[in-house]
Each structure stands twice: as C-alpha cells, then as structure tokens.
Design a protein around this ligand. Structure first.
Ligand code: VG1
Ligand code: CO
Length: 548
C-alpha cells in the first residue's frame, strides 16, 4: 500500500489519565492532534499486527476509526478487527482482543463523560491481555507525543464500517464483526442462564428495568436480558446508542440515572440496573434499596460459588481500588483469600489477574468485574446479581430480593457505610493547593485533634508497589485513617477534560446499626473531611456536584 508521511509538530498535554486520553471533541478536531496521538501509540507499544478497534458510538468515533486504519496500516498492522459501525463496548473490546488473540486494541470512548460536538472524546490503548496499557506504556506514549515530527498514513479510501466480513486492501485487511456475539458467548459460559430463565418464569413478581442511558450497552442488554433470559422488551429503556447519549450524562449513579431511579421507585420494580456510555460501569438498585458499588462487589464475592465460572475455576483472590470500602476485605478474610488494594483505575488489576492471583474485584465508582476479561464489566455485574438472586431464591424456595440479600450480608459481616463527594470543574490551582496542604499534614498534628470524637491513627499519600512487576505508583490519594478504622480519602480525578474534580471518599464500619441512611451515618466524618481539607477555603465550593 502506498504510504505518505505528514510533517507535524508535538502537542502539549497528550498524557493519558486514569483511563486513556480524554479531551473535548474540538481539541481532537485540531488539525493533526488525533493523528499525532495515534502515531504516538504506534511508536510506543509493542508493534501490533492484529488490532481490535471500536468504541462507545460517541460523536467523532467513526472519523477516528478511519484515521486509525490509515495510520495503523502504515505502521505495520495487517489485520484490523472492527465492531460493526465501530460499536464495541469496553468489556466487549477486551473480550474480542482475548478471544481472537489480537496484539492489542484501541478503544474510543470518554466513558461516562457527555458526548457530542461540544463534549468529550477519548482514545485508549489496550494490550494483548485485553487490559488497559500499564503506566510504563502510557508514559511511553506521552513521551513519544512530545517528540513527534511526522506521522505515516496509508493512502486508502474509507472502509465500509457497516458491512460484516473481510475487506481486503493492498497489504492489510479489515474485518468487520458483529459487535455483540463474542461477548454474549462469553457471558453464557460464565453464568447459569438456565437457572435465571427458570427463576424468571417461576417468579412473575420479580420485575426488571435496565437503563442503557443511550450508551453502547443497549444492544448487549437486549441480546442477553431479552433474547437469552426472556425478560420483556419493556424491561429496557434508553437502549439505542446515540452519538450524544440523548444529551444526557451517561453515568449510572443516583444523580445522572434519575429516570431509572424514579421509575424503579414509582413502579415498585424489584431490580433496576444501568450502565455507562462505554458499558463498563453498573448500578444496581431496587425500589427499597440502593446498592453501593463497594457492597456490590463484596456481595458477589461472598456468593461467587453459585456462578458456574467460579465454581469451576475457583476464586483465587479478591481486590479493590484504594478508595473502595473495605467490605470486600471482610469477605476475603472469611474465605481465607488474599485481598489486594490497588490505586484507582482498572489497569492495576491486570497483572494480578494474569498471574492468577485475582478473580473478583471492584471500584467504588460503579466498576465491578472479574478475570474473565481485563476491563470492568457492567453487564457482567448485572447478570451476576441475577444469577445470585435466582440461586438464593431457589435455595430458600421464595423470592430473595436485593434488600434481603444486602441485609443478610450485613448480618454476617457488619456494614461499611460509604459515600463519595465530587466537586466537579473546580479551579485547578486551588485544588492542587488543597492536595499539597493535605500531603503536608503530619500525623502528630492530626492525632492531637479530635474530629467529632474521631481520633486519627494514620495519614499517608497512597503508594502502590505492584506485587508482580514491582513497579511503583505514588501520590494516589491522601488517606486519613481513624482509630476505629473509619477512613477519609482525598484525591483528584484523572478522567476529567476541564478544570479539576476533587473526590472525597468517606467510610465507617458499624456491626450493630446496619440500616441507617448512609448520609446520616457518615455526617460527622463528612464534617471532619471538610475541616481537615479546608475545601471551601481552597475551592470556594460549599456543596458537592454529585454525591454517591
Ligand atoms: C474514575 C473512577 C475510577 C475509574 C475511572 C475510569 O477515575 O474514579 O475508579 O476507574 O474513572 O472509569 P478518576 O480518576 O476520574 O477518579 V470509566 O467507566 O470512566 O473508564
Ligand atoms: Co466507563
């Protein structure tokens, strides 16, 4: 194929964050900006010959796929595997990379960030294990972006992304695959679909509502929940992927998934669930209970053995990101399993999974998953819950609903109350100053004070040494740990595209009172957090943008 070389100059700020490079669409539309970043990927990663490409369907995606094909072909890719019309959820992309033994993949998403011409776009590289590139690789991409002088492009006309099958070009081929099939096959191997189908038939009072928030998950949910498990089509809402997610914020939480929350409450629905723009997050609730993600992963771990995948393979270990509540640690202790604590971001779980040390893990940010792939997986978590509900209901010969599962869990383990306060789009300088001040806090100074009866026992800035490759990641969030094991954690987001987002994570353990409202149970610690951080003084903010 004939290749042309285009002269360019480096751009500042092409440093991938928690999960790839995320910027405003108009930044990606700057001449050469996107091409530069794609060329930087090929300069830094082990040369891929087979490459998976797809994304969450947001505005600009198909244009960028054509660019990836042109630049990739000029950089030695011989086989592109692309989801039909470019559509691949993040977990499906991870699945396809593994199943088809590709060398890597490029996923086009800004996850839960709004889409459309005025909003966000993102590019992320995944390795041959199906997982996000580790920091050593993303640092390499960034370094390459700063030194770039030219990029290469194959001179080919646009590929037809709608036509399933193989299109041959001079020196390379593009294979368009169904976006859903590989992923659905994998899901069917993991869970007991027969049991869930039977449960659904025998328990007509169990009702379900899934909200795709107009993100990529709709087609996956339809195939699995409706076609395979037999739930009615009316169990789905907002399940058509839209370029701008219908103008919404495709983030499954109580604030942005309010339509689902209202319907579940109003119609007394037994099981409500939602996923984010790219399909890797999940929220689970019922008309009488909201499941905190930290509790969700702990509950799945507790009941893992009723899921065929874990029954057959065993559970090798558990893990959570540092700010995630310690509920899963209690499950690990009870089961005699190791529980790992990693920095925020799914990329830190991959090495442990590859080394067979980790089976189930999660993040407080509505991320739950296992070693069946190397990304968090929204549909996986939702079907895991259905599998557990079906199994428990069969065992007890009556409907065991979401609330009762959680209350049973708390009876066994006690409850780790958890909440997160997000202050979005605050002034970056103020936010950085606040973090500097927190880093400078000394244990002695805090120990002498009394925060509404809470005594500080430990303060640090979280640092992680990967047990497999010994790589060190530091400055991952300031932790204030109290004598009674309560925790307050402060960190800045690494996924925003504008200003800074301050996150405050608050946790308290209680083995007596397990049915309090989380905001009530955590109020004294929230006040302590605001006092310790001087948040209002540094950022001018009185109230958070989102509370989860
Ligand atoms: C956030 C979450 C983190 C998650 C990341 C990517 O990162 O806190 O837990 O892994 O998003 O999720 P940050 O740096 O903004 O706190 V997704 O669904 O945006 O790929
Ligand atoms: Co996501």
């Amino acid at each position: 194929v004939s290749v042309r070389t285009v002269q360019t100059a480096p751009f500042d700020g092409q440093k991938p964050g928690t999960s790839g490079l995320r910027k405003r669409v108009k930044v990606f539309q700057t001449p050469h900006y996107t091409e530069n970043f794609i060329q930087s990927i090929f300069a830094a990663v082990p040369k891929p010959r087979t490459l998976v490409v797809g994304g969450d369907g947001r505005y600009l995606m198909t244009d960028v796929i054509q660019k990836i094909i042109r630049i990739g072909a000029a950089n030695g890719v011989t086989h592109f595997i692309v989801g039909r019309n470019g559509i691949l959820s993040t977990p499906a992309a991870s699945c396809v990379i593994r199943k088809r033994a590709a060398d890597g993949g490029i996923i086009l998403t800004a996850s839960h960030n709004p889409g459309g011409p005025q909003n966000d776009f993102g590019i992320k590289y995944n390795m041959s294990n199906g997982g996000p590139a580790p920091e050593s690789v993303t640092d390499g991409i960034y370094k390459a972006s700063l030194e770039l002088k030219e990029y290469k492009e194959a001179e080919v006309s646009p590929v037809d992304l709608a036509a399933l099958g193989i299109q041959k070009f001079d020196g390379f081929a593009v294979e368009i695959i169904d976006s859903v099939t590989d992923y659905v096959e994998l899901t069917k191997e993991i869970f007991d679909f027969e049991l869930i189908r039977k449960f659904r038939q025998q328990t007509p009072e169990f009702t379900l509502l899934f909200d795709g928030l107009n993100g990529v998950t709709g087609p996956y949910a339809r195939r699995i929940l409706v076609d395979e498990l037999g739930f009615p089509e009316s169990s789905l809402e907002q399940c058509t992927p839209l370029e701008d997610f219908g103008g919404g914020h495709p983030d499954p939480n109580l604030t942005y998934a309010h339509k689902l929350v209202e319907r579940v409450a109003g119609e007394k629905i037994s099981f409500g669930a939602a996923s984010d723009g790219d399909g890797d997050r999940n929220m689970v609730l019922s008309h009488d209970w909201f499941v905190t993600p930290s509790d969700s992963v702990a509950l799945i771990a507790h009941h893992a053995e009723c899921i065929p995948y874990f029954k057959n393979k065993g559970v090798h270990g558990l893990a959570r990101s540092m700010p995630t509540s310690c509920a899963i640690d209690r499950v690990a202790a009870a089961k005699g399993l190791q529980c790992y604590e990693v920095p925020t971001g799914w990329k830190f779980f991959g090495n442990l999974m590859d080394a067979n040390k980790l089976s189930i893990c999660g993040e407080e940010s509505f991320g739950t998953g296992s070693d069946h792939i190397r990304e968090k997986d929204g549909i996986w978590a939702i079907v895991a819950w259905l599998n557990i509900i079906a199994h428990q209901s069969q065992q007890k010969a009556k409907l065991v609903d979401v609330k009762h599962l959680m209350l049973d869990f708390f009876k066994t383990y006690g409850r780790n109350y958890f909440t997160r306060y997000d202050y979005e789009d605050v002034d970056s300088a103020g936010a950085s100053k606040m973090m500097e001040q927190l880093r400078a806090l000394k244990k002695q100074a805090l120990e002498s004070s009394d925060f509404g009866g809470f005594k500080v026992s430990h303060v640090d800035d979280f640092e992680y040494t990967d047990p497999i490759d010994a790589s060190v990641t530091s400055k991952q969030g300031v932790r204030v740990i109290f004598a009674d094991s309560s925790r307050i954690i402060f960190r800045l987001s690494g996924t925003g595209s504008q200003g800074a987002t301050v996150r405050i994570y608050i946790e308290r353990y209680d083995d007596k009172d397990v049915e309090l409202d989380a905001q009530v149970a955590l109020r004294p610690l929230v006040l302590a957090a605001l006092e310790i951080s001087k948040l209002e003084q540094f950022t001018g903010r009185k109230v958070p943008t989102v509370i989860t």
